[in-house]
Design a protein. Structure first.
Lengths: 308, 293
């Protein structure tokens, strides 16, 4: 029996191995040549990448005409850097000076993105969580709000980009709005469902113990669904991250998206990969920390106990 | 072997029933009916329980005994008739009627002690509630588990805590809907003895739903037998088995006579025949010649 930890390790190792193979074994892909010495080919330059066929043609012609032969190594296209370049970029991306004078450093971009996510998710939760719980407990509230929310959640959040800019300006306002729109409607429906899954016998038991009205909500429903609500919020936070990149393109491009587009423009692809991976690491990292916190907060919850 | 009639009561038992009926009526059910749409679940139910009585309600599945107790608890609304608790009509659930459910309904996010305190904190102060809760836990013998969470307890322990939680509210009556139904046979027997012990010690009237006839006879002063389709009172049996009850009485004449009568009422009732499921004829799956009978 392979342990879960080993499997987790393997699930990361396998794609990494594939990437290494493609990067370091020339026979596998390498459709281009990285020119070392242009020789007598006038349009070749050192460090230039040309298609393998072009290189072979020029080499054959130079040989036939007894001119100086170009030399080079098989290489992958510039958009697929090797793992070691990306690993180095994890450090160098933070130390690369912004290309423009008003540009920002990577850590500043990241911090900006995290703030946008935080506010988007917080605003969505302030309204979405209570409304979800009310939908789950009251037939009236559910009947009044759920059909419209069901409809609205199919409207793609980025479609509201232009509108958001018109209303909220070009800075962080519309970006936060897109994350709120992308999260809120799903949030209400998911939390309403979680609330409905609470064992109704617990509510009845509390009623026979003399609890009624609003206190049923605060003493039974909310504590009863709290671990599941917490799990829902973790999943929804992940969704909020997926809206981030689109949101940051709206109005003035900012945050990690700005960094990525900027680096791609200057063809610093290792930095692009590093930035994308950093988003993943932040996402998984936050989720793991929250999961650990959840086990602390809800020691009585059997599901968290099983996954512990 | 012929059994005495279940109506024959020894002098001491007769005297006990006379004392019981002399006590004030605690709960009175008058012409109670319940319909679910077209279906008549309960029809014209009438009975009374006296203070400190232990009343069991038995009947075949589908006779509406759970519906009846849920109406008594106020969790369901009757379609006709009245439930009077000490003369006042019952409307909705309340602290005066405690309930223990078949499923485990302890609040999983609260420790055992806090579960027992659940109904108390709104009445008494926090420290007072805590003190009382610990007393109840002592009564059921689980004071060592005060700080454990429900998922750390066995099924029997969970139901003991549920009983303590309901009793801590000091209800006038304790309603129990097949509370030991999910327990194994041994735990169940211990719980029955335990429940009688609690009942003896405190001023509580118990209405206990079960489909286990032995359980009903072992626990009850009187047994209300319901018949199904629609649920109606078939007979109210005064259990002639003397108290205090013990396991050895299960083979006594009074016990067997009562059981014979209950079986007669429940299993041979003509109403039940219609509900019998059809079992298909079995295909023979073994070789000819290896019969087990």
């Amino acid at each position: 029996m392979i342990s879960r930890r080993t499997l987790t390790f393997l699930s990361f190792l396998l794609p990494l191995l594939a990437w290494c193979a493609v990067s370091y074994v020339p026979a596998l892909w390498h459709p281009q040549m990285l020119i070392e010495d242009p020789g007598s080919v006038d349009y070749f330059q050192t460090g230039m990448r040309v298609a393998l066929a072009t290189f072979d043609d020029e080499l054959a012609q130079a040989k036939a005409e007894s001119r100086a032969e170009p030399t080079g190594w098989p290489a992958n296209p510039i958009y697929l850097p090797a793992p070691d370049e990306v690993v180095r970029a994890f450090y160098s991306a933070f130390t690369t000076k912004p290309e423009t004078r008003d540009g920002v450093w990577l850590h500043q971009s990241l911090w900006h993105s995290i703030q946008v996510i935080f506010w988007g998710f917080t605003i969505s939760s302030i309204f979405g969580v209570p409304l979800g719980i009310l939908c789950g407990t009251s037939r009236l509230v559910a009947g009044l709000s759920e059909p419209f929310i069901e409809f609205f959640r199919y409207l793609p959040a980025p479609a509201f980009g232009a509108l958001a800019v018109a209303i909220l300006g070009i800075y962080d306002g519309p970006k936060i709005a897109i994350i709120v729109i992308g999260t809120f409607f799903q949030q209400v429906l998911i939390i309403a469902n979680t609330t409905r899954k609470l064992d109704f016998a617990l509510v009845e038991a509390a009623q026979t113990l003399g609890t009624r009205g609003f206190r049923l909500l605060t003493r039974v429903v909310i504590p009863g669904i709290l671990p599941d609500l917490y799990r829902d919020q973790r999943i929804l936070l992940g969704w909020a991250w997926t809206y981030l990149i689109v949101a940051e393109l709206i109005g003035t491009t900012t945050g990690i998206t700005w960094f990525i587009t900027q680096q791609a423009r200057y063809q610093h692809f290792p930095n692009v990969f590093a930035a994308i991976f950093i988003i993943g690491i932040i996402g998984v990292g936050t989720d793991q920390v929250l999961a650990m916190l959840g086990r602390r907060l809800f020691p009585w919850d059997r599901v968290t106990e099983r996954t512990a | 072997m012929s059994l005495p009639s279940y109506r024959d009561q020894s002098a001491s038992v007769r005297e006990r029933f006379e004392r019981l009926k002399a006590r004030e009526v605690l709960l009175e059910v008058k012409a109670l009916g319940k319909n679910f749409g077209e279906t008549v679940a309960l029809k014209d139910i009438n009975f009374r329980t006296h203070r400190r009585e232990f009343l069991c309600i038995v009947g075949p599945s589908g006779c509406g005994k759970s519906t009846l107790v849920r109406i008594l608890a106020g969790l369901e609304q009757q379609s006709a008739g009245q439930v009077l608790l000490e003369g006042a009509p019952v409307r909705g659930p309340g602290r005066d009627r405690g309930m223990v459910f078949q499923g485990y309904t302890l609040f999983p996010w609260l420790t055992v002690k806090k579960n027992v305190m659940f109904g108390l904190v709104s009445q008494a102060g926090r420290t007072e509630a805590e003190r009382e809760a610990l007393q109840w836990l002592q009564l059921i013998g689980l004071e060592k588990f005060a700080d454990a969470y429900p998922h750390q307890l066995s099924g029997g322990m969970k139901q003991r805590v549920a009983i303590a939680r309901a009793l801590a509210n000091q209800p006038r009556i304790l309603l129990m809907d097949e509370p030991f139904g999910a327990l194994d046979a041994q735990t169940r027997a211990r719980m029955q003895a335990h429940l009688l012990e609690i009942w003896r010690k405190i001023d509580i009237t118990i209405i206990f739903i079960t489909h286990d006839l032995d359980e009903a006879i072992f626990l009850a002063d009187r047994i209300l037998v319901l018949k199904p389709h629609p649920g109606e009172v078939q007979e109210l049996i005064e259990v002639p088995v003397p108290r205090p009850r013990g396991m050895s009485q299960i083979l006594s004449d009074e016990f067997l006579a009562t059981k014979a009568r209950l079986e007669e009422l429940i299993y041979s009732s003509p109403h039940d025949g219609a509900e019998e499921e059809d079992y298909p004829a079995m295909t023979r799956l073994t070789a000819v010649g290896d019969d087990v009978e």
